[in-house]
Ligand binder design. Structure first.
Ligand code: MG
Ligand code: MG
Length: 260
């Protein structure tokens, strides 16, 4: 990781732009909750994708940001169990009791992008999966709390990593969080590991997606033959939670939640 330097000024958003992102982010939050309410054994990932796209498009001026992005066929990336990210929705992928499923969605509203993901239990899940999900969510909260104007990118990663590794789980390193707002993926990378006070300096007006991907076993990944789906190298489970946040004078502001 590069040491020092500031995040590019071209990535900073105005209060007006951040407010647009907060409105898009509220829609994205509602979209993920809508998908979550439909998660149950017997539902296909294609069905979840269809209702995701319809829900976003029912909001005037909003579009699913991932549809067609780099050629991705769905509106949602839907990843089950050992799949970490970028699962392709399919009529053949049927949720089973005991699965965990990650829904990762982007929204474009009035030219501004937001990005958020949640992992959802399907029916009754085992205790290890529950703990994996709890720890991943807790690591996201810790990463967000570290996203303040006086901190650096490395403070976020260090905060995430500390929570995860204290629980004996591993942080995926080959995939990272990122700047988001003017485009779905801006050049600034936000790893889920790092050292305090290292990496780019954060700044008021920066908007970033913080997204710990946490594995029960090895941190190593591999990509399936479909060229999209990233899975754990050992086949053990992975969880993923993501928020888009803005760095403000008064601290981190979560944009992918209901409007306050
Ligand atoms: Mg995402
Ligand atoms: Mg993201």
């Amino acid at each position: 990781m590069a040491i020092g330097g500031s995040a590019p000024a071209t990535l900073l958003k105005s209060p007006r732009e951040i407010d647009i992102m907060a409105r898009g982010g509220a829609l994205l939050y509602a979209t993920l909750q809508h998908m979550k309410a439909s998660v149950r054994p017997g539902v296909s990932t294609a069905e979840l994708d269809t209702l995701c796209e319809a829900f976003i498009r029912s909001h005037a001026g909003a579009e699913p940001a991932f549809k067609g992005l780099y050629g991705f066929p769905g509106s949602a990336c839907i990843s089950i169990n050992e799949e970490i990210v970028h699962g392709i929705p399919s009529r053949k992928r049927i949720l089973q009791d005991g699965d965990i499923v990650t829904c990762d969605v982007g929204v474009k509203l009035e030219g501004m992008y937001t990005d958020s993901a949640i992992t959802i239990a399907v029916g009754e899940i085992d205790a290890l999966s529950r703990r994996l999900m709890d720890v991943t969510l807790r690591s996201l909260d810790a990463g967000i709390a570290a996203a303040t104007k006086d901190n650096h990118v490395g403070d976020i990663g260090a905060a995430v990593q500390a929570v995860v590794e204290a629980e004996g789980f591993s942080v995926v390193r080959e995939l990272v969080g990122h700047g988001v707002g003017f485009s779905p993926h801006e050049e600034l990378q936000i790893p889920n590991y790092g050292k305090p006070k290292r990496g780019k300096k954060l700044a008021v007006g920066l908007t970033i997606a913080i997204e710990p991907m946490v594995n029960v076993g090895t941190a190593k990944t591999k990509t399936l033959n479909d060229k999209w789906t990233v899975v754990t190298a050992d086949g053990k489970r992975s969880a993923h939670f993501e928020h888009t946040i803005a760095i403000t004078e008064s601290g981190p502001r979560i944009l992918t939640q209901p409007l306050g």
